[in-house]
Design a binder for this molecule. Structure first.
Ligand code: ACO
Length: 343
């Protein structure tokens, strides 16, 4: 069944979607103790887009996917696989199948990948494996998150950071291969630094009721905590691990950092983007950044920025793009792409 020849993967097209509601720093400053100056100097964020109650993450993902399909001149039925990278699914069992249904992609298998802000990079790497081995031809990769629904809007240390959005890319089997090298890393020992924890009932822990009593008396309400983050530790982790990971990818193909045309990192904090670029000696004008408009959109941030970079003509034939995601898990992953425009 599996052919012996390895196939190439080509980024055929991209798309993105963000909600209409825009919350700028001035507006946030009217409800919590913060300021535009604090937020923009510490993070680079000026505004973020927030999902409305009549819209779901699947709606955003559908919009982004339609754009990628249209640009790639594909029909939904041409898709063989849909990978939905999200940590905020509409359904805890996964939202990939809902997306498959909304698109009418009846020939595609579909599943979720949960890896927070590294999700899109990891999904891209997973998709590449299916293409390389000849299993699938057209794979839709979506990164989407709606963390506005999971942050505590009275916690100024986290709520100012996040926005909602979706980005999509179609990876297609090709004679030319865009993907040069990659790596994925996990450090579960530090998972407590950034999490949305399952909340066990307090009275179970104190031993007043047994677990079965709680279940039978329906006192056991399933719920998750708000997002919590040790910002300083996550910052230090990102600035130390991401350059190493990109350097590892460069070493695998024996190429220097100066060959990188574009550095595209998860849009978490402008200071992180600059610190990583500095360590890799990549000039700031080669760093793709749109954080000021969207904040941290988690799994969506890289594909939204990638789509904008293609749309604005920044990415040209044979450009080398170093992409890295990092975040909860802790997880991080890098992928080096040399993009080949189709002739
Ligand atoms: N407005 C005003 N003051 C604030 C705010 C705010 N919104 N938030 C915190 N402060 C205060 C703090 O209380 C603190 O005051 P103190 O000195 O009196 O105690 C002071 O500002 C400094 O706070 P720090 O937390 O030290 O600020 P820092 O410079 O570290 O910036 C930030 C915080 C922006 C969160 C930064 O640490 C960061 O970007 N970390 C990385 C986040 C990240 O990359 N996440 C990626 C993954 S996300 C995912 O996977 C889902």
């Amino acid at each position: 069944m599996i052919p012996f020849t390895m196939h190439g993967s080509h980024i055929l097209s991209t798309g993105s979607a963000v909600p209409d509601i825009c919350i700028n720093n001035e507006l946030i400053s009217t409800v919590i103790d913060t300021s535009d100056k604090w937020i923009s100097t510490r993070t680079g964020i000026k505004e973020r887009k927030i999902i409305d109650t009549n819209q779901s993450i699947v709606d955003l993902a559908t919009l982004a996917s339609h754009e990628a399909l249209k640009k790639g001149l594909l029909k939904p039925q041409d898709l063989d696989l849909i990978l939905f990278a999200t940590s905020t699914p509409h359904d805890l069992f996964g939202s990939a199948s809902q997306l498959q249904n909304c698109l009418g992609a009846s020939n595609a298998a579909a599943f979720d990948i949960t890896a927070a802000c590294s999700g899109f990079v990891i999904a891209l790497i997973v998709a590449h494996q299916f293409i390389q081995t000849g299993i699938y031809k057209n794979i839709l990769i979506v990164g989407a998150d709606t963390l506005s629904q999971w942050v505590d809007w009275s916690d100024r240390t986290t709520c100012i950071l996040f926005g909602d959005g979706a980005g999509a890319a179609i990876l297609q089997r090709s004679l030319k291969n865009d993907i040069l090298s990659f790596e994925i890393n996990t450090n579960g020992h530090e998972s407590h630094q950034l999490s949305i924890n399952y909340n066990y009932p307090k009275n179970h822990c104190t031993g007043n009721d047994t677990y079965t009593e709680l279940l039978f008396n329906q006192k056991y309400n399933n719920q998750y905590d708000y997002l919590t983050m040790n910002g300083k530790e996550v910052y230090k982790f990102a600035v130390s691990q991401v350059p190493t990971s990109i350097n590892n990818c460069l070493q695998k193909i024996h190429r220097p950092a100066k060959d990188i045309t574009w550095l595209l990192l998860h849009q978490a904090n402008q200071r992180i983007l600059e610190a990583v670029a500095n360590k890799l000696k990549i000039p700031i004008h080669q760093v793709i950044s749109n954080i000021q408009f969207y904040g941290n959109t988690s799994a969506a941030s890289i594909p939204i920025a990638l789509n904008e970079a293609f749309d604005t003509g920044h990415i040209c034939n044979r450009d080398v793009i170093a992409i890295a995601g990092f975040g909860a898990g802790l997880t991080w992953g890098s992928i080096l792409i040399q993009w080949n425009a189709l002739e």
